[in-house]
Each structure stands twice: as structure tokens, then as C-alpha cells.
Design a protein around this ligand. Structure first.
Ligand code: NDP
Length: 327
């Protein structure tokens, strides 16, 4: 028997509870793991608290990322006692996820834990840090280098935003952090390495098709008017990586930045990202992030507190990452 957070939705309504399950109830995939740590992402919180159509089938074990030790494998790449991590692939949405003591998944979805990171550190990074790394790599792929000028990060105190600021500053970029939390200025500058902070209200209202050129590149996890204004103020031949929709799914923009300034908008999807790119991103995360910063960004909670943690996340009471200890 093992403990799992289970979301059910039937004639008794939508509900999330801790349950005791039998290993035979796990889905039949080719790798079974003892989960060590999972995390609480915004998507998990929406699923757990029934605030968005995240879960596609019931019953569902939420948890879009986890790290664990292999206990059984029919997959050629994975052997007993290997330590592996997983993010995305619809886990916690269409497939049972990581908020449980055990998980059964396809070996194709797993990535080896980089030698320079502990299992706990990989989940301190989690989907948010992984997505931030993909955004940085998307900018690099388009030729963005530190000498081109400042790089803006929106939603800078959030999960993806915090890691984006931290990774960019470690790579030598001058980072401008856009945040709604003026009180977090010291954290954004002293802890994460931003050079300056602007109030997100500068970007969140409807704006002009083109504005004064302010940044060479940007990582945007906010969408909507914010992304439109980010594009409008991007320098000639600049690049914007878009990965999120914290303000909205819409993009009320014009083509002006693209056709008059040669701006590139590049999308980032961490869920279906191919395995070679995943491995490359995790290697780079292992090289760039040291334990101290990771510890400062993460809070460890037991599986029994995951449901409350999800509510706290939606209520805006959480800064940094919530890691769930599933052992
Ligand atoms: P968080 O909730 O941790 O951070 C989002 C941040 O956005 C907040 O901290 C806040 O930053 C800012 N924000 C929130 N609401 C608004 C608003 N109404 N207007 C402007 N800014 C706002 O979420 P994550 O960082 O985990 O995720 C960010 C986005 O990225 C989400 O939409 C998520 O779904 C998406 N995502 C996409 C992935 C992909 O593969 N493409 C993977 C992971 C996440 P501040 O307080 O500093 O202003």
C-alpha cells in the first residue's frame, strides 16, 4: 500500500483527498518509482482546488513533476535504483503524477538527474526552473548575447520569473525585473541578481503598437497586454520568449514590432519538449545553479500538507517553490 493525493470527480462532486492505494492500482507503464519529491506548480494548484480544467480523466494523482528511485523497469534505459526526474508529458493531467509515494510512467519521459544536483535540488528547480532554462536557451538560439543590451523578465517574483532572472544574471546579462511586488525589490536584486526593477503596472495596461526601445530581449510568463507592451518596447532585431499567461491567454498586439523592428517572438513549451533538449537544459541547470540559491527559493512540506499548499499558492501566500516530500 502507498499514500497518494487523489482527485475524484463523480456524482459526489470534485474532491481531492489523501488515499491509501494498492500498487496494483498504478497505471501499467514500463517504469515504477518510489517518489522522493514532487512540487506544487500553479497548474497543480488549479487541479487540486478545482479552479481550472487541468485534469482530463479521473481519478487522477496530480503533480506535474517529480524525482524518484526506480523500483521496477521493463525499459532498456532504466535499471533498479536509478534516480530519475520527470516534468511534463501530461503527467498530473492525463497520466497519474508525482504527488504520491509511488508512480508508474513511461521510461521515455524520464531524465537522468545531473551529477551536480541532488534529487531535492532538481525539484527546487522543478518545472519552473526547467521552463526558465528553455526560455534562456530560446533567446540564445536566436543569437541574444549579453552585449546586445538589457533583458526584461516579467512575472519576476514568480516561479519561472525568479529562475529566469537568476539564470540570466549568472550568464552575465543585465536583467530588468518587472514585478508587482515592490516589497520584493531587495530579493530580486540582491538574491536573484537583477540590475533594476520596474513596476509591472508600467506594462499591464493597453499600450501603443510601438514604444521607446528599452530591452534587447525578454522572457515573458505573463501574456496579454504585458506581452504586447513588451514587444512594443523591444529593440530592433530583439527577441521575446513567451511561455506563460499569468495575466491572460490573449495577445492584443499589432504586427508593428515584427515588421518595423524585426522583433522575433519565440514560444516555449516545456510539456512536450523533446528529450535531447530536456537533457541539455538539465545539464546546464546543473552547471549554473548552486545549492545556496536553490535552498533560498524552496520550502519543503509533507504530502499531507500538499492540499493546503495548493490553496496557499492560489491565494498568493507563497514566494518561491513549494517542494513536497513524498517519502
Ligand atoms: P507563478 O504564479 O509562480 O508566477 C507568475 C507571476 O506572474 C506572479 O508571481 C506575478 O509576478 C505575475 N503575475 C501574476 N498575475 C499577474 C497579472 N494579473 N498581471 C501581471 N503579472 C502577473 O507562476 P509560474 O511562474 O509557475 O508560471 C507563470 C506562467 O507560466 C503561468 O501562466 C504558467 O501556466 C506558465 N508556465 C508555462 C510553462 C510552459 O511550458 N510554457 C511551464 C511552466 C509555467 P510579480 O508578483 O513579480 O508581478
Amino acid at each position: 500500500m502507498f499514500t497518494a493525493l487523489v482527485i475524484e470527480n463523480d456524482e459526489q462532486g470534485y474532491r481531492t483527498n489523501l488515499k491509501q492505494l494498492n500498487e496494483s492500482q498504478l497505471p501499467d507503464h514500463d517504469v515504477t518509482l518510489d517518489v522522493a519529491y514532487s512540487t506544487l506548480n500553479y497548474k497543480d494548484a488549479l487541479a487540486i482546488c478545482n479552479k481550472g480544467p487541468i485534469v482530463r480523466q479521473f481519478p487522477m494523482v496530480p503533480g506535474i513533476d517529480f524525482v524518484g528511485r526506480v523500483t521496477a523497469s521493463r525499459h532498456p534505459e532504466w535499471q533498479l535504483d536509478d534516480v530519475a526526474l520527470l516534468t511534463g508529458w501530461g503527467v498530473g493531467e492525463k497520466q497519474w503524477g508525482g504527488l504520491a509515494q509511488k508512480a508508474s510512467v513511461s521510461g521515455d519521459w524520464l531524465v537522468e538527474v545531473p551529477a551536480s544536483l541532488s534529487p531535492l535540488q532538481t525539484m527546487a528547480i522543478g518545472t519552473a526552473g526547467f521552463t526558465a532554462m528553455l526560455c534562456v536557451m530560446a533567446l540564445e538560439k536566436q543569437g541574444v548575447t549579453p552585449d546586445r543590451g538589457p533583458v526584461l523578465v516579467t512575472g519576476a517574483s514568480g516561479g519561472v520569473g525568479s529562475f529566469s532572472v537568476s539564470l540570466l544574471s549568472r550568464l552575465g546579462f543585465e536583467v530588468v525585473a518587472a514585478s508587482g511586488r515592490a516589497s520584493d525589490e531587495a530579493y530580486l536584486i540582491d538574491t536573484l541578481g537583477a540590475r533594476s526593477v520596474i513596476d509591472r503596472s508600467e506594462l499591464s495596461q493597453p499600450g501603443k503598437p510601438l514604444a521607446k526601445e528599452r530591452w534587447a530581449a525578454a522572457i515573458d510568463s505573463v501574456g496579454s497586454h504585458t506581452l504586447s507592451n513588451v514587444l512594443a518596447a523591444t529593440q530592433r532585431d530583439g527577441v521575446v520568449a513567451a511561455c506563460g499567461m499569468a495575466q491572460g491567454l490573449d495577445l492584443p498586439a499589432s504586427v508593428a514590432p515584427f515588421i518595423l523592428r524585426g522583433v522575433t517572438l519565440t514560444g516555449v513549451d516545456s510539456v512536450m519538449c523533446p528529450k535531447p533538449l530536456r537533457q541539455q537544459a538539465w545539464q546546464r541547470l546543473g552547471e549554473l545553479l548552486n545549492g545556496d540559491t536553490l535552498t533560498q527559493l524552496a520550502t519543503l512540506i509533507p504530502l499531507s500538507e500538499a492540499k493546503q499548499g495548493a490553496q496557499d499558492l492560489l491565494d498568493g501566500k507563497v514566494r518561491g517553490r513549494l517542494i513536497v516530500d513524498c517519502r
